[in-house]
Design a protein around this ligand. Structure first.
Ligand SMILES: [Zn+2]
Ligand SMILES: [Zn+2]
Length: 374
């Protein structure tokens, strides 16, 4: 069955009122509150905690774990990601992932829930407040098998309220700042985190570099990456969405990638999926080739351009061949070095066995001596 267009025009009053209240209280209430009561260290700590943990649970949890399955982790971490992800009030992980998978599959078409082709505001937040989306749960059949994800989906509002409202209020009350927790850790935090998340669908589909897919609307934007725990490297992400990294270079700001790698190092996450460096380099070279070829194609009557085009093509072809050769050599080396490890372990095992036999022989001789003496 052909999929239906993703949305019909309909004001979503629940979202409109929720956005309006949190934004107004967050932006107007914050300066008023600080003016009247000041702000204490514990209130700042609580605010920073929620400003960091809730979007980080969306990026490492909702996005890279649930929507893209780029790694695996245990039930405790999954629970924490669903809990604090829920606190961000960005729908259930199941619904979020389904819409996000549709975004990747049908990017820029009418089936993309937050298509940039419908304008900056639509992609940013318009799609959530002026449109009604039909979520196709066929995209997330794998996630529907997870009991925790399904619990969060069925009782989403309860999860979101407990994690995103009750928890900060409780912590605020315990430190004597109930109102401060409401204004700062709920309303201001939601306003800030919402727009930072929305920037990925709006700004990152317009402004930035297209290194890996030059025709994609998705761009690598280091500034937005800085604000969104690494999600701004959106050109790479759309090209290689199965990779747990978005900022693929070691120096690119991507705390979500570092957190997943840390979980991997400590054994709390496993099966971290990374695209081969050769595929990444290949995509980058293809992008460079397309860019220069398109530039030369501006004037197909210019003989100088035609000649240059031939040189570029020949150079690109031999670059491709050299890359294949390099990859083959690397694969062989990896196999060889692995075999050497096997040889080493085999030798190690034989030596240990030999040593044991030697000592065992002495032991037996010793026993014989004593037993005979006794
Ligand atoms: Zn995107
Ligand atoms: Zn994605």
């Amino acid at each position: 069955m052909a999929p239906k267009p993703s949305a019909i025009r309909k004001n979503n009053w629940v979202n409109i009122i929720f956005f309006a209240v949190t934004t107004l209280v967050g932006l107007i209430g914050t300066p008023l509150y600080i003016y009247k009561f000041g702000v204490t260290g514990s209130e700042i700590v609580l605010l920073v905690f929620f400003v960091v943990v809730t979007p980080l649970s969306i990026t490492t949890g909702y996005h890279r774990l649930f929507a893209h399955a780029t790694y695996k982790t245990n039930a405790v971490i999954r629970f924490l990601l669903l809990f604090f992800g829920g606190a961000a009030f960005e729908q259930s992980a199941l619904q979020w992932s389904s819409q996000h998978r549709a975004h990747h599959r049908y990017v820029d078409t009418d089936l993309d829930p937050y298509s940039i082709k419908k304008g900056f505001f639509y992609a940013h937040m318009g799609w959530l407040i002026f449109w009604q989306h039909e979520t196709d749960y066929d995209y997330v059949k794998d996630l529907a098998e997870d009991a925790l994800i399904m619990h969060q989906h069925r009782y989403y509002l309860l999860w979101a309220i407990v994690a995103g409202i009750v928890t900060p209020l409780l912590l605020g009350a315990l430190t004597g700042h109930l109102l401060g927790a409401f204004v700062l850790s709920i309303c201001l935090r939601l306003t800030v985190v919402y727009h930072l998340t929305f920037f990925i669908n709006s700004i990152c589909h317009i402004f930035g570099r297209s290194t890996y897919d030059i025709y994609a609307t998705a761009k690598d934007n280091w500034f937005i990456a800085f604000l969104t725990f690494g999600e701004g490297y959106h050109n790479f992400h759309h090209r290689f969405s199965g990779d747990y990294r978005n900022g693929v270079r070691w120096y690119q700001w991507d705390p979500s990638k570092w957190l997943i790698a840390l979980l991997g190092k400590t054994g709390l996450a496993w099966d971290l999926r990374r695209v081969s460096n050769f595929r990444i380099l290949e995509a980058q070279l293809a992008g460079e080739n397309r860019r220069v070829t398109d530039w030369l194609a501006r004037d197909d009557k210019n003989t100088e351009f035609l000649k240059l085009g031939e040189i570029v093509q020949a150079q690109y072809d031999s670059l491709g061949q050299d890359l294949v050769k390099w990859e083959k050599a690397a694969r062989k080396y990896k196999l060889m070095s692995r075999r050497q490890v096997v040889d080493y372990s085999k030798r190690n095992l034989a030596e240990a066995r030999e040593q044991f036999d030697y000592t065992h022989h002495d032991w037996k001789a010793l026993l014989k001596q004593y037993l005979t003496a006794a």
